[in-house]
Design a protein around this ligand. Structure first.
Ligand code: BTN
Length: 271
């Protein structure tokens, strides 16, 4: 990385290009976009904006010092990644909120495929894998304050930051590119992710959740695999049968069928 990552991302992420590609402005309004060199966490900043009443915002950073992952974990966020959080106010009932994570995973998959021409897989609930290594993590959180607002954070590993990840993370982490691609590629990836996510959000808000689930089931590589699920302090193994109507993972175990609303999944190696 010869050019500082913050400058590279500033050249890559263009709020103007995002607006131009959205066509007619949806009723939900414009995104306020903030680009930062470094932040403790884009998730925390987006929540701050939400609490201050901002309707919609995208907060991006070239690195984070206190990046947050799912289930209270830390998300290592060195330079070489694209870290951003979307703040929005979904018109959804709380039972549909878990589907936002699946919506984000579908958006990332579509954006990566169309703009970078790479093939990636989804691991339930919302990890994006390339060659079995995690290249993007997604954290969707809801805040109930004068209605609901949500913050969906995405951490995309663009390139592998050599030696910057602790070994336990490094072993499972991959990267989308071998070296930083032209800034246009990352710009297109970011714009497409946001636009696809907006499309999925509209799909949910318009009551077309069945279509979203159908698409997710097609893309989810966990289905049909032997999986190990860690959830609520227990670890369960079995055959993943599918994803239910509320986004839950359905697993056939030795003790009978089980469903999981939260958890971590490991795919068993293919024989
Ligand atoms: C996971 O555990 O897989 C989810 C990781 C989500 C990381 C992203 S990076 C941008 C946003 N800011 C954060 O602090 N976390 C999310």
């Amino acid at each position: 990385m010869s050019e500082p990552m913050a400058l590279y991302l500033k050249r890559s992420l263009s709020p103007k290009a995002l607006t131009a590609q959205r066509g007619a402005l949806p009723a939900s309004g414009e995104w306020v976009v903030e680009l930062h060199e470094s932040l403790p966490s884009t998730q925390a900043r987006a929540k701050e904006l939400g609490l201050a009443g901002t309707p919609r915002a995208i907060v991006a950073a070239a690195c984070q010092t206190e990046g947050r992952g799912r289930r209270g974990r830390r998300w290592e966020s060195p330079e070489g990644g694209l870290y951003f959080s979307l703040l929005y106010r979904p018109r959804l009932t709380s039972s549909d909120l878990p589907l936002l994570s699946l919506a984000a995973a579908l958006a990332v998959e579509a954006a990566i495929t169309t703009t970078a021409g790479l093939s990636v897989e989804l691991k339930w609930p919302n990890d994006v894998l390339k060659d079995d290594l995690k290249v993007c993590g997604i954290l969707s959180e809801a805040v109930f304050r004068d209605g609901i607002f949500c913050v969906t954070g995405l951490g995309m590993n663009l390139v592998t930051p050599s030696g910057l990840l602790p070994p336990e993370v490094g072993r499972r982490a991959g990267a989308l590119f071998e070296s930083l691609p032209p800034s246009e590629t990352v710009g297109a990836l970011w714009t497409a992710t946001v636009l696809h996510f907006e499309g999925r959000l509209e799909q949910l808000e318009d009551g077309r959740k069945a279509l979203l689930l159908e698409d997710y089931r097609k893309k989810c590589a966990s289905i049909g695999r032997i999986v190990r699920v860690t959830s609520g302090g227990e670890e369960v193994a079995g055959l993943c049968l599918g994803v239910g109507e509320e986004g839950e993972l359905l697993v056939r175990t030795e003790d009978g069928p089980r469903s999981f609303r939260v958890g971590d999944v490991i795919h068993a190696a293919l024989g």
